[in-house]
Design a protein around this ligand. Structure first.
Ligand code: PHE
Ligand code: ZN
Length: 879
């Protein structure tokens, strides 16, 4: 049977049917060999439909060589079953059925990195979302939960370490130089959580005593050479274990918790039961090779995978449409965890910034989809900003509505009620509603409606009546397949500040007495009006505090009000947002003004920025965020018919002007924070470094001898990667940066993860020859088209993070992207599909670029043998 080409019928959420057979147990044996691995699977199945006729027994399978099938002990011949390109189908079975299937797979040849594959000398699996069907024939869907045992057999020299889920049971030697290990996982799980790792790996370990007094062995495995860099990850695992007990009373449930780092991995990491596997980028960190952001990312990703043990594994998803049930929730939990480590305000601003730059763009473009999508062609394309980050915002709104205690109650009810089950987003929300006596019917629309809602706020102060009224209108732009939208249930956190920046007590006109100075108002209608009483003077509104809902808010604020909020509000998000909004309007104004000489920067603005540089500024990490100009993508998203090259130039010119205006304060702040203390990674020190290097980055726009000396001095003297990379990045756009670039490349040529930073510095460079250099670096001995990190650092970084050169007027950037998409598609469709997203912004481009992109998309779409992954992305983009 041949695969139907072009667009296969999409899978639809509403077509869900419970499985016709459940699985009681799976016993796997892997005879591991990089070239040819034999997999023997004994699956015990139970038919579910007792009414009427039983259904054929359909087992998913892709690209497998089938060696034999036995049904209840009897060997089957080709006439006893149907073998298709994606399934093995047996006749209906009436009772308990024992199936023995033997398949052969080729890990070494598997460059898609899903199923069983090789990374260096290590063999490993990646089964989410649909990799298990590339290992054996099986009902590969998340609502089929089974108990697994796994016996791994391999050459002892080549694969001394053999790991799988659960706890280790037994091991032994064979006479032919091979050894074997058996693992048993007592917790029923879906196939996407199965994993094995085999290789020559070392480990470090520690133990963790749970609240109830059980000792858990926590181990981190990696290549021997990487082990010295794994201590931070091991610590992160223990911190995450303690945090989940403290916050939510959730304890680990096996005797061992194992983390493994590998070099070739399509995503960040994977939460396989008891055996989390990480892209080494998120497991390795030491001061010489990793930046503060890398350390923080290790904390976040390790915690994220650990948190899945309860929200994802013990309670899993009924079908892949419910992906955000586990991903949105795990992101929400990792964001809270990271907030507790580095300060909740700073963490919140970083998370909001990422959401608005990436998810808002996704929601406004051709791939817009709801947090719970209604259909897909390739589920692997749905690990998106929307499912993860907007999904997390939806969970956060429940926290905002119910508070810490109410949220905790809801989560505990959800976990206890659905433990061992495959659940839905509706069931999660139902548990939250029940635990809090709330009606969340309207709230559920957040899961079904795509697009970023807009709040238009109109404030009216009535001095005579001493009332302050907020009229809030909500709307949501149309998205693909969703032309009309319903009003949402939106929590809007507000405070009102008096002219000195102090919070005013709040009383709505229908209330008897004021209560508190901060409120969560709830919107349900298209238009809602709130009137506050006893307001003695026109207040400054502090709205959407903490970014209480994932919306765009538009409100007329004067520059003075913005500056007041930026200086005095006690909500870090509002402080940041007020300045950010001001800067955004300024930059958009300059862009719209075209070639006209820009008006000088308002002194009120430069004063506000200068204040951030003073020693009195309480939180340098927040000051660093506030000092940064809005990103290219944020500005791009607010414009139509954009000339991206001109927009990038407006950003650059404004940075230079700011650097000139604030030259002395920037130098002074850098000098003060460059205190020569040895490197330690913690919230306070990394905040100071962020501000110091923010100053450096502005200063690098200027060509003074002082700045040149400063940059080179910091590069040479740095005792850590954070400071060294900051200097390198700043130098890369300058004429005097070549020597340093070369030195860095030489120094780290044996260290791919560090060389990735160097690739990215080249890829993002504003220099006119950036693309030529990217092409040259693709021949670098460390570059490899089969490694997603290398491709991400060089090719994807150029196409997504270098607007100036990617959108070059001669079309060279687009042509490069197309060429790479087609080349990579044959190697790794997931990576090619990710790269293909670089064209999603075309509807906002100027007409001439739009036409070039559309032509490019058509060429890609028309290419022979395009993968379903890439063809879905390109197809959506080009309609
Ligand atoms: N489930 C993984 C996570 O923790 C992501 C992932 C998806 C990894 C698909 C590999 C493949 O978010
Ligand atoms: Zn996840």
């Amino acid at each position: 049977m041949s695969k139907t080409s072009d667009h296969p019928a999409p899978v639809r959420r509403l077509d869900y049917r419970p499985p016709a057979y459940l699985v009681e147990s799976v016993d796997l044996t892997f005879e591991l060999d990089p070239a040819r691995t034999r997999v023997t699977a004994r699956t015990v199945l139970l038919p579910q439909r007792t009414d009427g006729e039983a259904e054929p027994l359909r087992l998913d399978g892709r690209d497998l060589a089938l060696e034999s099938v036995r049904l209840n002990g009897r060997e089957l011949g080709p006439g006893d079953y149907t073998l298709g390109a994606d399934a093995l189908v047996l006749p209906p079975q009436a009772g308990r059925t024992v199936l023995d299937v033997v398949t052969v797979v080729e890990p070494k040849a598997n460059t898609a990195l899903t199923g069983l594959y090789a990374s260096g000398g290590t063999l490993l699996t990646q089964c989410e979302p649909e990799g298990f069907r590339r290992i054996t024939y099986y009902p590969d869907r998340p609502d089929v939960l089974a108990v697994y045992t796994c016996r791994l057999v391999a050459d002892e020299e080549e694969f001394p370490v053999l790991l799988s889920n659960g706890d280790r049971r037994d091991s032994g030697r064979l006479p032919d130089g091979r050894h074997w290990v058996t693992w048993a996982d007592p917790h029923p799980k879906p196939s996407y959580l199965f994993a094995l790792v085999a290789g020559r790996l070392g480990h470090i370990e520690d133990s963790y005593r749970t609240r109830s007094g059980r000792d858990v062995q926590v181990r981190v495995y990696a290549r021997e050479g990487a082990l010295p860099r794994c201590a931070h990850a091991l610590g992160a695992a223990k911190r995450a274990m303690a945090w989940d007990e403290e916050r939510f009373g959730l304890e680990y449930d096996l005797d061992t918790y194992t983390l493994v780092g590998v070099d070739d991995f399509n995503m960040g990491a994977m939460e396989n039961k008891g055996l989390n596997i990480f892209n080494s980028l998120y497991l390795e960190a030491d001061p010489e090779t990793a930046t503060d952001d890398d350390f923080a990312a290790v904390d976040t990703v390790v915690a994220h995978e650990y948190f899945h043990n309860w929200t994802g594994n013990r309670v899993t998803c009924r079908d892949m449409f419910q992906l955000s049930l586990k991903e949105g929730l795990a992101v929400y939990r990792d964001e809270r965890f990271s907030g507790d480590l580095r300060g909740p305000g700073v963490q919140r601003v970083r998370d909001v910034r990422a959401l608005r730059e990436r998810q808002f763009a996704e929601d406004a473009g051709p791939q817009a989809h709801p947090v719970r999508p209604d259909e897909y062609q390739e589920i692997s394309n749905f690990y998106t900003w929307t499912v993860y980050k907007k999904g997390s915002e939806v969970i956060r709104m429940l926290h905002t509505l119910f508070g810490e205690e109410g949220f905790r109650r809801g989560l505990r009810l959800y976990v206890s009620r659905h433990d061992g089950q495959a659940a839905t987003c509706d069931q999660f929300v139902a548990a939250m509603a029940e635990a809090n006596g709330a009606d969340l019917t309207q709230f559920m629309r957040w899961y079904g409606q795509a697009g970023t809602p807009v709040l238009d706020v109109e404030p009216v102060y009535d001095a005579a009546a001493r009332t302050y009224t907020l009229v809030v209108r909500q709307s949501c732009p149309p998205t693909p397949k969703q032309p009309a939208k319903e009003p949402l249930h939106v929590p809007l956190a507000v405070a009102l500040l008096d002219p000195d920046g102090r919070r005013v007590p709040l009383r709505l006109t229908h209330e008897d007495a004021p209560s508190g100075t901060e409120r969560v108002l709830e919107l349900r209608q298209p238009v809602t009006t709130f009137t506050f009483a006893d307001v003695p003077a026109r207040p400054v509104p502090s709205l959407l505090r903490g970014f209480s809902a994932p919306v765009r808010m538009r409100m007329p604020l004067t520059s003075e009000e913005r500056i007041l909020l930026a200086a005095h509000d006690d909500d870090p998000f509002v402080r940041w947002e007020s300045l950010h909004g001001y800067l955004t309007e300024l930059l958009l104004g300059r862009y719209r003004a075209g070639d006209a000489e820009p008006a000088p920067l308002p002194p009120a603005l430069t004063d506000a920025l200068a204040r951030l540089l003073r020693p009195e500024e309480p939180e340098p990490a927040l000051a660093a965020l506030m000092l940064e100009l809005p990103g290219f993508d944020t500005l791009f998203g607010a414009l139509d018919e954009v000339d991206p090259v001109r927009l990038a130039e407006v950003l650059r010119a404004t940075r230079e002007e700011l650097a000139r205006t604030l030259y002395e304060p920037l130098l002074e702040c850098h000098r003060r924070l460059d205190d020569g203390r040895p490197y330690v990674f913690d919230a306070e020190r990394s905040g100071r470094r962020a501000l110091k290097n923010g100053c450096l980055s502005y200063l690098a726009e200027l060509d003074t001898p002082e700045v040149a000396a400063l940059l080179h001095r910091q590069y040479e003297r740095a005792d850590n990667m954070t400071d060294r990379l900051a200097a390198l990045t700043a130098l890369a756009d300058r004429g005097d940066g070549d020597g340093v670039l070369e030195e860095f490349g030489r120094r780290w040529r044996e260290h791919p993860l560090v060389l990735d930073k160097w690739f990215t510095v080249h890829a993002r460079s504003r220099r006119p020859d950036a693309l030529a250099r990217v092409r040259r670096l693709m021949d670098h001995p460390v570059f490899s088209e089969t490694n997603p990190n290398r491709v991400g650092a060089l090719i994807i970084a150029f196409c997504f993070e270098n607007p100036l050169r990617f959108h070059a007027a001669d079309g060279s950037g687009y042509a490069f992207a197309a060429e790479q998409i087609l080349r990579l598609d044959a190697v790794n469709p997931a990576v090619a599909a990710r790269l293909a997203g670089c064209f999603n912004s075309w509807p906002s481009l100027d007409p001439s670029r739009r036409e070039t992109v559309l032509r490019t998309l058509q060429v890609i779409e028309g290419s022979e043998g395009l993968s379903p992954e890439t063809s879905e992305i390109v197809g959506n983009a080009s309609v």
